[in-house]
Design a protein around this ligand. Structure first.
Ligand code: DX5
Ligand code: ZN
Length: 234
């Protein structure tokens, strides 16, 4: 039942700095600046050098930075066999965990395991992966991460055809009554395109280089300013 009949419940767009672009020699300072700038979520890119051609951080680093902030941690697992590592990320302090659908043979089992730890489960799709994967698994997710670049590296260029894809997913979710499921967009999100992306129905916007190149606090405030007034039905 609606609390205020006739009104829509609206949620604001969330800004999620991706620590991949942070200064790894001083993560503490960069995280504190994310908090000061008003970030909503911290996005942590976990890469294994197998699923993607790059290596980043694992559970020990997630655990080490957990005490620095109460901001939710969103772990984006770009790794093979993610099922085997869910417990470790849960124990390290993840609040959201997304796993890629590509080559993932027991997706529902993994999503159920994530939820069993009280963590929000999400699926992640590469730009070339058919949206059908999202249609199949939406019911078991709290959010769907759409990559707007091929995963593996920060600082890449946003793929423009992505906007249509995001719109199609939002339409599907609303038609199916899944309008509580959030869409997270990851890759090439900048000051100049963030508003257009948010208007397609995405509500979690991952920003790496757009946050960490230059003044972190000011960058987050500018990004927030660009999406002010844009909200999605929840
Ligand atoms: C890429 C990562 C992204 C990346 C985003 O594989 O998943 O989170 O850090 O960085 P920018 O915003 O610089 O494209
Ligand atoms: Zn990511």
């Amino acid at each position: 039942m609606e609390l205020f009949p006739g009104t829509e419940r609206k949620s604001k767009v969330k800004i999620a700095p991706s620590l991949l672009a942070a200064n790894f020699a001083n993560l503490e300072s960069d995280i504190r600046q994310c908090v000061e700038g008003g970030a909503d979520i911290l996005h942590l890119d976990i890469m294994d050098g197998h699923f993607v051609p790059n290596l980043t951080i694992g559970p020990p680093v997630v655990k080490a930075i957990r005490s620095l902030t109460t901001l939710p941690f969103s772990c984006h697992l770009m790794i093979s066999d993610p099922y085997n590592y869910i417990r470790e990320f849960a124990e390290a302090g993840a609040n959201y965990i997304s796993v890629h659908v590509e080559g993932h043979h027991h997706l529902h089992r993994t999503l159920a395991l994530i939820r069993s730890f009280g963590i929000k489960p999400g699926i992640a799709l590469n730009p070339g992966t058919p949206l059908d994967f999202a249609f199949e698994a939406a019911e078991y997710c709290d959010y769907i991460l759409l990559m707007s670049v091929d995963p593996g590296f920060g600082g890449q260029k946003f793929i423009p055809t992505f906007l249509r894809r995001c719109e199609m997913l939002r339409i599907f979710l609303e038609k199916q009554g899944y309008d509580h499921i959030e869409i997270e967009v990851d890759g090439g999100v900048k000051h100049e395109n963030i508003a257009r992306i948010a208007r397609t129905g995405a509500s979690i916007l991952v920003c790496g280089s757009a946050v960490f190149n230059g003044d972190i606090v000011e960058n987050i405030k500018d990004l927030r300013h660009s999406v002010e007034g844009i909200s999605f039905k929840k």
